[in-house]
Design a protein around this ligand. Sequence first.
Ligand code: UDX
Ligand code: ADP
Length: 470
Amino acid sequence: MSSIESICCIGAGYVGGPTMAMIAKQCPHIKVHVVDLNQARIDAWNSDELPIYEPGLDEVVREARGRNLTFSTEVDAAIHAADMVFISVNTPTKTFGIGAGRAANLEHIEKCARQIAKVSSGHKIVVEKSTLPVRTAQAVKRILANASTASFDVLSNPEFLAEGTAIQDLLKPDRVLIGGESKEAIASLVDIYASWVPKERILTTNLWSSELSKLTANAFLAQRVSSINAISALCEATGADIDEVARAIGTDSRIGPKFLKASVGFGGSCFQKDILNLVYLCEHFGLNEVADYWNQVVSINDYQKSRFSKQIVRTLFNTVSDKKICMLGWAFKKDTNDTRESAAIYVCRDLLMERARVEVYDPQVSEQQIRADLEYIMRDENGELSSYKQSLIDNVSVVEDPYQAADEAHAIAVMTEWDEFQNLDYSRVHKNMSQPAFVFDGRNILNHKQLAEIGFEVHSIGRTSLSPNT
Ligand code: UDX
Ligand code: ADP
């Protein structure tokens, strides 16, 4: 086994950035070069204002940057100099052509493979870090086989970090998974992780088991959220309390307590995309019943988001037209500025279609991002944004103060479980709202009894609603 001296990572996003920063911190003897086509993103990685918000990331980057961690747009030079190349580019769901809406768009992966083939010489290990459909490594291998001056081993090393806790997840992973065919190449990557991860937590498998395990892990996690969310609807109908049910079932050691928090619906760049990938794969192999089974996890998630918007409209006397709704939170979960597939985008779209005015406050998401998310979701299938839809988006304002967002609002909708939302002065908030004032807690994080005492009518997920003063 040859030991690795220089790593290149293509893609400086939510996965590539933190993962490479951790490798650089733990392995000061290895040069780690992160490259991206996006100059603005690279500039941000080289500044004091990192492009992604992730607790603890600043310290890790500050320790390694300039020592053995560099960020640039010099893709070819970085590939050329590296012994090991990680591919960590985005693989969104295809929006066009065959498999649209389900299959992964592998355009970026393929471009990377071709680039690596073009500029490499000698021997290199190529590591898939992006979430990919099973057997993508085979395609990457075939493209690399056309290189005239270099040879390659391909490994799959899926990332299991969750945003918001990425640094802890990288520091103390439940497991590191490495799939591949070449024992030497696997050993080289095991050696890197073994600098800080106990050996028994580094699992090695064949390439396809590794790729499929990533999709399966995300499908199982998302399934737990959809399962508890499905039961939340039944709780609302029967008077049971979803958090009590979750506690009761979570103490069964076979079920376990994690990932049972009912919510307005899961978001993030992975869950939906990976399940749709799995569904597409099953259909490809004629396993239609298996495809239907997993597709239902996504359907329940869509149902949960639209159930929440409909509840707002119904409760506000069947109309939100020209009413102001305050949305607290836009990120898909707390402690991240990532908004991909966030439930807030869908709920906001539904409210805008009902002609509401929406004022958003999120402590980490920029106005520019919120507008881009709405413009994206409001486009038709040809990618056009009609002037009518644009006029609806113009009914959204983004503010930097939660009290301002709630001022004269008819209702507050909690979309993200940011800790700071629990500590707002709700008496002050209530006083400045239109009456009667409503709270829709899409994360069940607020003290509902106290809110009712203040005078709010409170609606939540999987609990009976509370009238004021009850
Ligand atoms: C997920 C996987 O956890 C991670 O291992 C993988 O590498 C990438 O995808 P991430 O999307 O960053 O990570 O966040 P995660 O904590 O899994 O949450 C996903 C969504 O589910 C969020 O919208 C979250 O709010 C929601 N969720 C999670 C719930 O609604 N209830 C829960 O109990 C848990
Ligand atoms: P993830 O959550 O998977 O990290 P991101 O979208 O945050 O996804 O990051 C992926 C990054 O990959 C983006 O910054 C994008 O500019 C970069 N990227 C995509 N294709 C290429 C490519 N061919 N060469 C270099 N960088 C690329």
